[in-house]
Design a protein around this ligand. Structure first.
Ligand code: PRP
Ligand code: MN
Ligand code: MG
Length: 183
């Protein structure tokens, strides 16, 4: 495959469907953490930035937003299986109620690594909300507590998710269809 193959993007989940699902997830999350003095919502950069922005605005609890950058793909299409922490949290999570927000769980290596890392810091509880889940691709044993949509094994972009750092700004989730000579 050439380094920059040509492709088109077919819409898979509309902005409207995402918004409805995000609202429902936030309602369940609000219910689950009801009574907390502060929920620490941790977004995994960069892919979760759109999802976390929409999700926290629907959560009706006192919230602190923090970010962690863990990268395994870089610009590649396949997981390196080696998760690197590029940027750590700013705040402490010991004794706190923590919600990790991820855009997509694919092989599961990223989430598995992050959960392990954060649990070692002694949060009161640590839950995970992922917008998308590709269960057919799982290699590391991990499952989100809340999932927006289960999807088939397609290369998806948009709503924060990139292909070689592009298409994160699409308002919907689309699937990449290769059209070049090597497709
Ligand atoms: C992507 C995606 C998830 C992870 C899922 O991140 O945003 O974080 O891969 O894949 P996995 O389950 O196989 O680990 P990426 O490493 O591309 O970084 P990004 O969020 O900055 O795009
Ligand atoms: Mn990511
Ligand atoms: Mg990526």
């Amino acid at each position: 495959r050439p380094a920059d193959p040509s492709y088109v993007i077919d819409q898979m989940i509309s902005a409207k469907a995402i918004a409805a699902r995000v609202e429902a997830l936030a309602r369940e999350i609000t219910q689950h953490f009801k009574g907390t003095d502060k929920l620490v919502v941790v977004g995994l950069l960069r892919g979760s930035f759109v999802f976390i922005a929409d999700l926290v605005r629907e959560i009706e609890l006192p919230v602190e937003v923090d970010f962690l950058e863990a990268s395994s793909y870089g610009d590649a299409m396949h997981s390196s299986r080696e998760v690197r922490i590029l940027k750590d949290l700013r705040g402490e999570i010991a004794g706190r109620d923590v919600l990790v927000v991820e855009d997509i769980v694919d092989t599961g290596f990223t989430l598995h690594h992050v959960i392990h890392l954060l649990k070692a810091r002694g949060p009161r509880q640590l839950k995970v909300c992922a917008l998308l889940d590709k269960p057919s691709r799982r290699e590391a044993a991990v499952k989100a507590d809340w999932t927006g949509f289960e999807i088939p094994d397609e290369f998806v972009v948009g709503y924060g998710i990139d292909f070689a750092q592009r298409n994160r700004n699409l308002p919907y989730i689309g699937k990449v269809r290769f059209t070049g000579p090597s497709a």
